[in-house]
Write a protein that binds this ligand. Structure first.
Ligand SMILES: [Zn+2]
Length: 342
């Protein structure tokens, strides 16, 4: 099969398209013929490498994909040959206390396709059968591939960590990103009010068209001032930030008393500098969040089947253009997801 393989970390030229043996499913596994695979910032971290972290190279990247079941291992009963599936991007061991509690993303042996084992940037991928979920019938293949990771991440942040309530206010940083788009839709679904940031007027307009109540171009306006003006100086109940270093201090400053910041990533830098007096004096919560449970993937896909959430696809490229796919994601030229098709 044709697959993108990363043999060593580095620039775009480390993404190599090559022939590999087609993987065979073992007991409890299925093989998916990949129809579409969506890019996430995780893919760019796997390519570039992360200081102090070791990835199992060589690896086929790609954590978000959808396709048809084309081979089944022993003991699989939840899917059949030919089923159209969305792949849940993460998997726990299935037996520890966290997994038993349904908190598989807290499992010590939690893995993600394309990060801890081979992923979906290939013609075929082998996955545990429980990760093969029904593809929402109203979604295109590209939308289905774009669905799991961003919506799972945003759902877990907004619903389970921040516990956002109807009528509350939320600041969504980087409203044009995969997680940003998902967080705006989920917050509006819950009946909250959303202010979001983006780096161009066009992205701001699209975020507002998507449902955000207010959009701020952070290059031309001070988003902290805009948040204060929008909330009558009080600040927002919740801030959703995966940008990191350039924004997170101000995201904390944008919170009202008792408010919560939720972070799921640091695409633009890891360091956190803030005034601790803000945190204790305003009784703030700073919450980390990574992925979400397998049950939450079922939740977001069901809401997509019902038409209440819809992934946004920025562009679709052939697998041969994987380097261009990484480039446009890294250069933040996207509104929504970049998808490749084998
Ligand atoms: Zn476990």
């Amino acid at each position: 099969m044709r697959a993108v393989v990363i043999h060593e970390h580095g620039d775009l030229d480390r993404l190599v398209l090559e022939d590999r043996p087609t993987p065979e499913p073992g007991p409890g596994e299925v093989r998916v013929k990949v129809v579409a695979c969506a890019m996430n910032h995780l893919d760019t971290w796997v390519r570039r490498g992360v200081p102090g972290h070791r990835f199992p190279l060589p690896i086929v990247p790609g954590c978000d994909f959808a396709g048809t079941v084309d081979a089944i291992g022993d003991g699989v009963s939840n899917v059949a040959l030919g089923d159209e599936v969305c792949v849940a991007p993460g998997f726990g061991c299935g037996t520890c206390e966290e997994c038993a509690d349904g908190d598989d993303n807290l499992c010590r042996r939690y893995g993600i396709f394309g990060e801890t084992c081979d992923g979906g940037c290939a013609e075929f991928a082998v996955i545990p059968a429980r990760n093969a979920l029904p593809k929402p019938s109203r979604l295109s293949w590209e939308e289905a591939a774009a669905a799991p990771l961003a919506y799972l991440t945003a759902w877990h942040m907004v619903v389970h960590r921040a516990k956002l309530e109807p009528g509350q206010t939320v600041l969504v940083q980087a409203g044009g990103s995969g997680v940003g788009v998902a967080a705006i839709q989920i917050a509006k679904l819950l009946g909250a009010k959303v202010i979001t940031t983006a780096g161009t007027d066009e992205k701001v307009a699209r975020a507002v068209a998507l449902g955000a109540d207010v959009g701020v171009n952070y290059r031309t306006h001070d988003f902290l001032k805009e948040v204060k003006a929008w909330t009558g100086k009080a600040g927002v109940d919740v801030a959703i930030d995966h940008v990191g270093e350039p924004t997170i201090g101000k995201s904390i400053a944008a919170l009202k008393k008792g408010g919560a910041l939720v972070t799921c990533g640091a695409t633009a830098g890891f360091e956190l500098k803030t005034d601790l007096r803000l945190v204790f004096f305003k009784s703030l919560s700073i919450l980390g969040s990574t992925m979400g449970s397998l049950g939450e993937v079922h939740d977001v896909l069901r809401l997509m089947e019902d038409g209440r959430l819809t992934p946004v696809v920025h562009s679709v490229l052939p697998l041969e253009e994987i380097r261009e796919a990484h480039r446009i994601l890294g250069d933040r030229e996207v509104f929504g997801k970049v998808v490749v098709r084998p």
